[in-house]
Design a protein. Structure first.
Length: 449
C-alpha cells in the first residue's frame, strides 16, 4: 500500500480537488496527482478515460488557475488498469491560485494560505522581503541622518570600509528606492518615536501584579540597548571579588544570551502586525514575545536541531545588523543562546509558538534547583538534581495537589494546549520523575528517578 506524501496525492476521479492539489504543489516543491486510484494508490474499477478526457482536463486546469499552470499529463498502466498522472513543477513566481484561493503543500495535505502567508510567499519568490520595499507612508524627512552616521561609525568599528556620507550611504545600500526610504531604513533611522516599533516592557511579581513598566517606540537600533537596560535594571547581579583591580559581575542570566534574544526579536519581528513585542521580567524567569510565527516549513524541533535553512523575515535589517557585527551568521542564534545557558548550568530556554507570534522563556538558577528545593521540599526531595522547565515545575505542583488531575485540566490551569501538556508528561515519565498508575481512572505518582 502506497501513502500520500509531500509530493504525491491520490484521487479517485478528476474534480476541483485535483486542481487545488496541483496549485498546492506549484506553490511548494512540485508533485504528482494520480487520478483513478484509491487512498492506497490502487486503481479503482469504475474509472474510465474518454477519448478527449485528458485534453479537456488539462484545459480545465489551465482555465481555473491564475497564473495559468499547464501540467504534464500522461496515462500509466497499474495492475492492468489505466490511471492518469498530472505532474507540475514548482512555479517560479508565486503564488498560484484557483477560485481566488491560494494553497501550499505541507507534509501530505494542502494548506490554505492566509493573506499574510500569500504576501510572504510572493516576496520569497522574488528573492526579497517586505523591508526592502519603499515605505508608502514616510519620506526622507522622517529619517535622521545623524542616526545613519552613527550606524556608519558602528560598521567602521566592525572593520568595514565606509567612505560615503549618510545620504549616499543609504542610496548605495538600496535603503532609498523611488526617492523614498525603504521600510528597513525608516525602522532603523526614524527621527521620531512611533507605534510601528512599540515594545512593551514590564517587571512582574505575578502574572497580574506589575511592579514597573516602560515602553520603547524609538528606532530599532537604539531599542536593542533600551530593552537590555530594562532587563538589567530588574534582574540580580552578583559582584565577585577576584583579587584583581576590577571585580567581576555575574548576572542572574547570561547577558550574551539575553542580548542575542533581543536582537533576534527585533530582526525577525513582523512589523506589519498590529501586535506589539512584549518583554516580561519575573522573579525567576523572563518571557520575550514577538509578533510573527516561524515559516510554515520550519518547526520548533527543526529550530532546536538546526535542521533548517534560515530565511530572515526582514533581510535588509538582518544584513545591516550583520554589517554592524551584531549578529554572526543567519540561523546560528538559537544554538548560541542554548550554549550560553548550558555553560552556566541553567535550564534550557523554552521556545514556542503563541497565537500569531513566537515566545522565548528563560529561567534562572532557582528553577534549576527547585526540584531539589521548592518542589523537592514539598515531596520529600525525591527528585533533587533534575532540571525542569517552569511548565514542568508547575505541572508537578498541580499533580502534587491532585494526583487524579487530567490532561485537559492541566492544559486549562497551565494555559498551554493539550498537545504541549502531553509532551511535558511524556518527558517527565521518560526521566522517571512521574509514573501513571492505571488508565482512564488512574492517577499520577511522583517517583524517584
Amino acid at each position: 500500500m502506497q501513502k500520500e506524501t509531500q509530493h504525491i496525492e491520490f484521487k479517485p476521479s478528476f474534480n476541483e480537488d485535483v486542481i487545488e492539489t496541483l496549485v498546492a504543489f506549484a506553490n511548494a516543491k512540485g508533485g504528482k496527482v494520480l487520478v483513478g486510484v484509491d487512498n492506497g494508490g490502487k486503481p479503482i474499477k469504475n474509472f474510465t478515460i474518454g477519448a478527449e478526457s485528458l485534453q479537456n482536463w488539462i484545459n480545465e486546469i489551465k482555465n481555473k488557475t491564475q497564473p495559468q499552470i499547464v501540467p504534464d499529463a500522461y496515462i500509466e498502466i497499474v495492475d492492468n488498469k489505466d490511471i492518469v498522472v498530472f505532474e507540475v513543477q514548482e512555479y517560479p513566481i508565486k503564488p498560484v491560485a484557483t477560485r481566488g484561493r491560494y494553497y501550499r503543500r505541507m507534509a501530505n495535505s494542502n494548506h490554505l494560505l492566509s493573506t499574510m502567508e500569500v504576501v510572504n510567499l510572493h516576496l520569497q519568490s522574488l528573492n526579497t522581503s517586505w523591508d526592502a520595499y519603499p515605505d508608502a507612508f514616510h519620506t526622507l524627512d522622517d529619517i535622521s541622518l545623524d542616526k545613519v552616521q552613527n550606524a556608519i561609525e558602528i560598521q567602521k568599528s566592525n572593520h568595514l570600509t565606509v567612505n560615503e556620507s549618510p545620504l549616499p550611504f543609504l542610496l548605495k545600500n538600496d535603503l532609498i528606492r523611488e526617492e523614498k526610504p525603504v521600510n528597513a531604513a525608516f525602522l532603523m533611522f526614524k527621527n521620531k518615536d512611533s507605534i510601528d516599533t512599540t515594545i512593551e516592557l514590564g517587571r512582574f511579581k505575578t502574572p497580574i501584579t506589575i511592579l514597573d513598566s516602560a515602553r520603547t517606540q524609538t528606532d530599532i537600533i537604539e531599542q536593542v540597548n533600551q530593552v537590555l537596560d530594562f532587563v538589567r535594571k530588574h534582574i540580580n547581579v552578583e559582584i565577585i571579588i577576584t583579587g584583581n583591580p576590577q571585580n567581576t559581575q555575574k548576572w542572574q542570566y547570561p547577558m550574551e544570551a539575553i542580548r542575542e534574544i533581543v536582537i533576534n526579536m527585533i530582526i525577525h519581528r513582523d512589523y506589519r502586525s498590529t501586535s506589539d513585542s512584549v518583554v516580561k521580567v519575573f522573579d525567576d524567569y523572563i518571557e520575550f514575545y514577538n509578533p510573527g510565527r516561524l515559516p510554515e516549513e520550519i518547526t520548533i524541533n527543526d529550530l532546536l536541531s538546526g535542521n533548517y535553512k534560515s530565511t530572515p523575515r526582514n533581510r535588509k535589517i538582518a544584513d545591516f545588523f550583520k554589517n554592524m557585527g551584531w549578529i554572526e551568521k543567519y540561523g546560528s542564534g538559537i544554538g548560541r543562546i542554548r550554549d550560553f545557558f548550558k555553560e552556566e548550568k541553567l535550564p534550557e530556554p523554552e521556545f514556542k509558538l503563541i497565537s500569531e507570534g513566537f515566545q522565548v522563556t528563560v529561567f534562572d538558577r532557582k528553577t534549576a534547583q527547585n526540584i531539589g528545593g521548592q518542589i523537592g521540599g514539598q515531596i520529600g526531595g525525591q527528585i533533587g538534581g533534575q532540571i525542569l522547565t517552569k511548565a514542568q515545575n508547575d505541572m508537578l505542583k498541580l499533580i502534587k495537589e491532585n494526583n487524579s488531575i487530567t490532561r485537559e485540566e492541566l492544559s486549562e490551569r497551565l494555559k498551554i494546549n493539550s498537545s504541549a501538556v502531553q509532551k511535558h508528561l511524556d518527558n517527565l515519565k521518560k526521566r522517571g520523575i512521574i509514573e501513571r498508575i492505571g488508565k482512564t481512572r488512574g492517577y499520577w505518582k511522583i517517583t524517584k528517578k
